[in-house]
Design a protein around this ligand. Structure first.
Ligand code: PEP
Ligand code: MG
Length: 755
């Protein structure tokens, strides 16, 4: 149904609302008129409009049916009562008996006790709730989906009156105490480094003036034209963009492009046009609806996709309204810190990035496409900064500290000095690490340590060379699956893996087969909710139960290696039988691929990740089966201590430098050594110099770390004497203590180890 269902009811109502809005009279009078029209049209005894005021209050601004004296007197906090609940959740509520709802609060001055049913919808503008529109009936009426939809459409049009005329835009800005005082806000690290510059606020840039359409057919046509223009413009931009050149960001941009072509999104816009909105109002409405719904979603990956959608909706509006986007060609300060609620990757590319010194997002997480692009451009970026847009004024001086996930707003002299100092120290450190790039990672007493990197995105490959690492000790293949819009097929995977091997040249790469589940969610893979997903149906468990997925991946890996060496490992193995089963699939695929005429890898080695404590107890049997093992300390110790690795409340509860952990790791290394099986460690602990030192003391000679840690770890290794460390650590294993952190720190200090 390309153009949605024609719905005369909302169209008629919308046209009447539009006429009143555009008519003469004070805004308040027009609002009163509109509540009358809505009540009559929807056969409701009450229609009320609540408007959001400063301080997160909702004020009754107009009503048909409630006591007139309550207007401008009844106020509810956002979150208080049913109206407050609708505003807080940005979702409609249709209740046959509102008084039985747990959020119901009784306001005697409104006289609403006689009304039982209630339908309320948020009034949204730019994804923010600016009010609530509600109808009520005496009977216990059940409002249908169409009525909800109609009221939402009317609320969309009403938002214009609310924000444009009833209250000033400024009132919606959260109030801050001591407005011009320096501030420091904490966020989440998206891209490392520090940068200073002037704040440029990145805001939705289109102003819609026509909301209600007279001729829906013409609006459908306008939309179709705008969509095709947008696709053309996107293609051009991606081709011209720096990032497209090396093909490194194809996946990110491709996923973005797929959203632009998403049939569901475009169909919903068509439906909104059929209900009486103009094409631009329809884009805005569908976008607001999606944003409001997504704000309830907790899954970080899905939440991030909304940023791409923000960007696309804005672009589509640009093509519809026909104004040039003000940022293109807008005079920018020499040094810019961009502040935005969220952005898509292409929006970031719209700015002259030679001037970009930092990015601050109110939303955003590590999986955001914009974060991936910011890292690719080496721009410090932080996300999840609460209310950044409310606290920053355009032109404010800002300092972004990506490493500590902080932004300093209007920094004082101390913060400026600290910035200059940290910039200098950072440059110095970088220079030291760069000078180590081609030097071997050998200890003072001649022990050679292999430092590899953990990778998963095409951009990481550049870092393999830049860092001078020995190879990729862990290639997390699931990241490709997470940024794709659908299961990547064999050929798509083959190309990516072959590209990794090509770029790594003669350096070894260990691919880990798909580790999804837990916190790694694929948006296109429907799975039933699990109470304990980290310990649930994930990684090798899902791969063995759904072997088609594993087989496709193995096939792609075999073809990608084509006459080269293939190294792969299986995640979350909990018993030897699982490894054998996965290995059997590999053998089968190898045989079939050979029969099909694909050249087999010249050599292959197959390993297991040691991430589940049960496997530690089966090491003697496991080591007979595997070519190598890699310790995934992130998972191994979350399961050993029964302590969620993602819970910040527990992050310091147990220490990986406890005698228990060190003893366990030493035993693993010793067993591997006896069996002649190579062992490495690729969990995050290897990326921290003190922990890496302890790992070397416990016997590890092969570490896989985050790319930015290669320099610091190499510096530590080159200042260490393993013999002295091992001797010292012998006194630690049997200690009855929480941790050995201080002791190891003192050892490093006394022996001049750089940590
Ligand atoms: C680990 O668990 O230590 C590991 C390297 O795997 P991931 O962090 O991807 O779960
Ligand atoms: Mg793991």
């Amino acid at each position: 149904m390309p153009h949605g269902k024609p719905s005369p009811m909302p169209r008629r109502l919308l046209a009447r609302v539009r006429d009143v809005m555009a008519g003469a009279g004070m805004a308040q009078q027009r609002l009163d008129g509109i509540t009358n029209i809505i009540a009559a049209d929807m056969v409701a005894e009450v229609c009320s409009v609540y408007v959001r005021r400063a301080g997160d209050m909702l004020e009754l601004f107009a009503t048909q049916g409630l006591q007139p004296s309550a207007v401008h007197s009844t106020r509810l906090r956002v979150g208080e009562g049913i109206v407050g609940d609708i505003a807080a959740r940005a979702r409609p509520l249709a209740l046959a008996d509102a008084q039985k709802h747990p959020s119901f609060v009784f306001r005697p001055e409104t006289g609403e006790e006689i009304y039982h049913s209630m339908l309320g919808v948020p009034i949204l503008r730019d994804g923010r709730v600016v009010g609530v529109l509600a109808v009520q009936n005496r009977t216990q009426r059940r409002y249908g989906e169409e009525e909800v939809e109609t009221l939402q459409t009317v609320a969309m049009v009403l938002a214009e009156l609310v924000v444009g005329e009833l209250i000033g835009r400024d009132e919606l800005r959260p109030v801050i105490g001591g407005a011009m005082a320096p501030l420091c806000l904490q966020g989440m690290r998206l891209g490392s480094g520090v940068g200073a510059g002037e704040a440029v606020l990145h805001r939705p840039r289109f102003h819609i003036t026509r909301w209600v359409a007279d001729d829906p057919a013409a609006e459908h046509e306008r939309l179709a034209r705008a969509i095709s223009e947008m696709h053309g413009a996107l293609d051009e931009m991606f081709q011209a963009s720096e990032l497209a050149g090396g093909g490194e960001h194809r996946d990110v941009l491709q996923a973005y492009r797929m959203i632009a072509e998403d049939a569901g999104w475009l169909e919903r816009i068509d439906e909104a046009i059929s209900s009486g909105l103009t094409a631009e109002a329809a884009v805005e409405k569908v976008h607001n609806d999606i944003r409001a719904r997504m704000s309830q979603v907790t899954d970080p990956y899905l939440r991030e996709r909304i940023h791409d959608l923000d960007d696309l909706a804005n672009r589509l509006l640009g093509h519809l309204i026909g104004e040039a986007e003000p940022t293109a060609g807008m005079p920018l300060p020499e040094e810019v810190i961009l502040v935005a609620r969220s952005m898509g990757p292409a929006q970031l590319l719209d700015y002259d990035y030679s001037r970009l010194r930092g990015v601050v997002l109110e939303e955003g997480s590590h999986t955001a496409h914009v974060a991936i692009v910011a890292r690719a451009l080496d721009i410090p970026a932080i996300g999840n900064v609460k209310d950044a847009l409310g606290k920053v004024e355009p032109g404010d001086p800002l300092i972004v500290d990506g490493d500590n996930a902080q932004v300093f707003i209007r920094p004082g002299e101390d913060a400026r000095r600290a910035f200059v100092e940290s910039l200098r120290a950072r440059e110095e450190r970088k220079a030291v690490y760069a000078s180590l790039r081609d030097l071997p990672a050998v200890t003072l007493d001649g022990q050679s340590i292999s430092i590899k990197i953990n990778a998963g995105l095409p951009i990481d490959l550049r870092l393999l060379d830049d860092s001078g690492a020995d190879g990729i000790g862990l290639y997390r293949t699931e990241l490709l699956f997470m940024v794709a819009a659908d299961f990547p097929g064999v050929e798509v995977q083959r190309r990516l893996y072959a590209d990794v091997l090509d770029k790594a040249a003669d350096k070894p790469v260990i691919f880990r087969t798909l580790d999804v589940g837990g916190d790694k969610v694929l948006p296109y893979w429907q799975r039933s909710a699990e109470e304990n997903p980290a310990m649930g149906w994930r990684a090798i468990r899902a791969s063995l139960d759904r072997p088609d997925m594993l087989r496709q991946q193995l096939r792609a890996l075999i073809r990608a290696a084509a006459s080269r060496e293939l190294r792969l490992m299986f995640p979350m193995i909990a018993e030897v039988a699982e490894f054998k089963a996965a290995r059997a699939w590999l053998d089968k695929e190898l045989k079939w691929e050979k029969e099909l005429g694909f050249p087999p890898p010249s050599k292959f080695s197959v390993g297991a990740m040691l991430e589940v404590p049960s496997l530690v107890l089966q090491l003697p049997a496991l080591l007979k089966q595997v070519d190598f093992i890699s310790v995934g300390s992130n998972d191994l110790f979350q399961f050993l201590f029964a302590s969620d690795r993602g819970n910040p409340q527990l992050s310091e509860r147990y220490d990986l430098l406890s005698p228990l952990v060190l003893t366990l790791l030493r035993s693993v290394v010793e067993q591997c050594r006896t069996a002649g099986t190579p062992v490495s460690l690729c969990g995050d602990m290897a990326s921290r110099p003190l922990e890496a030192m302890a790992l070397i003391g416990a016997g590890f000679r092969d570490l896989s770390v985050t790319p930015s840690s290669v320099g610091p770890i190499k510096a530590m290794i080159r200042s260490l004497s393993v013999l002295a460390l091992c001797e010292y650590m012998n006194s630690l294993y049997d200690l009855d203590q929480h941790d050995t952190r201080q002791k190891l720190g003192s050892f490093a200090q006394e022996h001049g180890v750089i940590i």
